[in-house]
Design a protein around this ligand. Structure first.
Ligand code: ADP
Ligand code: MG
Ligand code: ZN
Length: 476
């Protein structure tokens, strides 16, 4: 029997506001425990919330960026449950009346473009954090009340790769809009993945499991792949998938049950009596629309037309705003766009190992200068790699390194010819073979020369001079 995979994601994005959603406390990450708290976010009886206008603005931005409907009237609701990181005993969220509905984004996997629906996006507050050690548990309420945008997709995703592509697209859009820092290690961007299988051809959804709180693209994909196999084996064995919440354990490479899955009615949602319904004017929406910056898809298309880059390069370079800006800053200084793209995608990305381009050890200007040194023939492409390594460790400008280490390419004919003659004299047999046309030894000769000249000879000139010396005027 063949099965179809069905995945829907709930993404939690921390909004990049200076203060919390219902009080003036700072949202800064990493402060000493419980220092960013007040009666409101500690949930003291009688303390009243005041909505942060920026949170609404950011939610509208994301709605507009995904072609969604902005519900001009919307409302907060209380989601009631008990947990030690939630001092109020309820989370202020949105339920029946979210601020955004019916959005969509395009994803591309293996050259196939698909549109993924966004059911809804709603504003809510984050909970605090529990810190466990061997014998005790501690609670840090600094995060309590940090604004979140929950982005719920339709069950439109058909493979773990599509889920990962969708997650990356939402991440990129949030970063382009500058409304979420997207830092997954710090938990600013995390997701719950719902997954089920159904026999191919069946329209009804299968029983799903939910993978909670994943904070890396790689883990999401690996966990979903594991879950596809697990559910498939179970169904083929005649078993049933149990609706439950699972945790991914990256160390064992397995999912582990966390708890039975609760339904909406378990939370006793009701409209929050402390917060008046939100009314958004058409004018405000239009003001926000006017501030929207260029989005990843538009930028990708522009990179293709403006810089003549292949689609593949354009997708990678625009996948993150900081990276796209790095590229544009560098290309403005004049190097060949495709060469620049190659350097960024291979050398630089290998060094960064997924680190943010905001913290790139080599500035856009420095990388540009390095490429221009190659284009002008000051250094060879091979020496450029050496200079690049040196730039990484010392942070120095390429011009400085080239001057200090005397790495300038030698384009002096007489100087190169001198070495050419020495090499020919030292290898008479090879010269004969080459003359007889029996072998192609040009690589051997040039290699010898480069070794002697420490890679600094102009390679085109070296080739030319070997030909001249071996064949004279009778070159075949
Ligand atoms: P909750 O998980 O909070 O109960 P929903 O029932 O609205 O919320 O579903 C949340 C997510 O799960 C959505 O992204 C939705 O697309 C997805 N989903 C719902 N049912 C299934 C299913 N049978 N298989 C896969 N994904 C599903
Ligand atoms: Mg859920
Ligand atoms: Zn507070």
């Amino acid at each position: 029997m063949e099965f179809e995979t069905v995945i829907g994601l709930e993404i939690h994005a921390q909004l990049k506001t200076a203060s919390k959603i219902f009080c003036g406390c700072s949202t800064e990450f990493g402060a000493p425990a419980n220092t960013h708290t007040c009666p409101v976010c500690l949930g003291m009886p009688g303390a009243l919330p005041v909505l942060n206008r920026k949170v609404v603005e950011f939610a509208i931005k994301m709605g507009l960026a995904t072609g969604a409907t902005i519900n001009r009237s919307n409302q907060f609701a209380r989601k009631n449950y008990f947990y030690p990181d939630l001092p109020k005993g309820y989370q202020t969220s949105q339920f029946e009346s979210p601020i955004v509905e019916h959005g969509k984004v395009e994803i591309e996997v293996d050259g196939q473009v698909r549109e993924i629906g966004i059911t809804r996006m709603h504003m809510e507050e984050d909970a605090g954090k529990l810190i466990h050690n061997d014998s005790s548990s501690y609670v840090d309420l600094n995060r309590t009340g940090t604004p979140l945008l929950e982005i719920v997709s339709e069950p439109d995703l058909r493979s773990p790769q599509e889920a990962c592509a969708y997650l990356k697209k939402i991440h990129a859009i949030l970063r382009y809009l500058d409304i979420c820092d997207g830092n997954m290690q710090e938990g600013s961007f995390r997701c719950d993945a719902n997954i089920s299988l159904r026999p191919v051809g069946q329209t009804e959804l299968g029983m799903r499991t939910e993978l909670k709180n994943m904070n890396s693209f790689r883990h999401v994909q690996a966990a979903l792949e594991y879950e596809v196999r697990r559910q498939r084996d179970l169904l083929l064995d005649g078993g049933k998938v149990v609706q439950q919440t699972l945790l991914w354990n990256p160390d064992t490479g397995r999912t582990e049950p966390m708890r039975g899955k609760e339904d909406a009615h378990d939370y006793r949602y009701f409209p929050c009596p402390d917060l008046v319904p939100i009314e958004i004017s058409e004018q405000w929406i239009e003001e926000i629309r006017a501030t929207l910056s260029e989005l990843p898809d538009a930028r990708k298309n522009r990179f293709i037309t403006e810089y003549g880059l292949p689609e593949y390069d354009a997708v990678i370079l625009t996948g993150d705003r900081a990276l796209a800006e790095y590229f544009e800053e560098a290309v403005r200084l004049g190097p060949d766009p495709k060469k620049l793209s190659n350097w960024i995608m291979t050398e630089l990305m290998r060094e960064l190992k997924g680190e943010d381009f905001d913290n790139c050890p080599i500035s856009a200007r420095q990388l540009s200068s390095l490429l221009l040194l190659v284009e002008k023939g000051t250094i060879s492409g091979k020496i450029a790699k050496t200079v690049f390594r040196e730039m990484l460790t010392t942070g120095k400008d390429p011009e400085t390194i080239v001057a200090e280490k005397n790495l300038m390419q030698v384009s002096d004919e007489a100087e190169i010819m001198q070495v050419v003659m020495e090499i020919l004299a030292a290898n008479p047999e090879q010269v004969e073979e080459q003359r007889a046309g029996k072998s192609k030894l040009m690589g051997f000769f040039v290699g010898q020369l480069m070794r002697r000249m420490k890679g600094k000879a102009n390679p085109a000139m070296a080739n030319e001079l070997f030909n001249k010396a071996i064949w004279g005027e009778n070159r075949p």
